[in-house]
Design a protein around this ligand. Sequence first.
Ligand code: FES
Length: 277
Amino acid sequence: MDLQQLGRERYPGATWQDIAVADGGDLPAVLRAQSNPPQDLRVIPFERYTSPGFFDLEIERMWKRVWQFACREEHLRDVGDYYVYDLARLSVVIVRAESGLKAYRNSCRHRGTKLKPSNSDGWSASLRCPFHAWEWSLEGELVSRPCDWEFPHLPAGDAGLREVRVDSWNGFVFINFSAEGPGLFDYLEVLPDHFARWDLTGWYVHTHVRKHLPANWKLSISRLRPRAQLSNSTFGAPCARFRTEKPSLTASSPAASATPTPRARSAWPTAQTRFPS
Ligand code: FES
């Protein structure tokens, strides 16, 4: 199947690639490539967007099985740095341990209390439950438990934190709740190849724009994904402010001598958004 031809048939006008090529210059091959897989044009039942039962299925069969972007490596720069990633009813605490990145269910092995609050990050020498003070090392091993004699049925060696798969690429940290399925690099398919020219490691989040939309997640994504939204809607402005910055490499720049440091999530500047409701 000729994907280029398929795209032409679907849309005979000038593509982004046509315009970029016409602009001249050294356009990398990866930016000339087009992908136009056939679309399933069946009408999607309304309930897919409103049914709590279908939402539960999405969590069980999709969100628990896919790699998903959780944070940036700069959030986990030093041993002890942690970052909590929440998705629907799920919560993961990702830490920088001596052995590297580790991710755990953000849930105490005793009674399920959250080890770290949702939407938090910071530094912690260990992971200690705020309820009855069970404590785990950053490697996930139970290291301390008050009234240890009361738990003969759960030896300390069996009470480690539940691990979640974690990996990183290009400075982005991903997690996957499932132990099954492809590794991150297989899952990313062409992305590492396509971004070979653009090394984003060492960059950091300068401004984080967040907006809670009163809508099903699929509707939000499909509403904001078309590139038309980027050029002519209210989405363009906040999108332009979502950036990562790298230290200036220009010797004469006043910023060249300064070592920029990532900000804690609580210190991120926020930006007002005007998404249509
Ligand atoms: S619930 Fe965490 S120690 Fe009891």
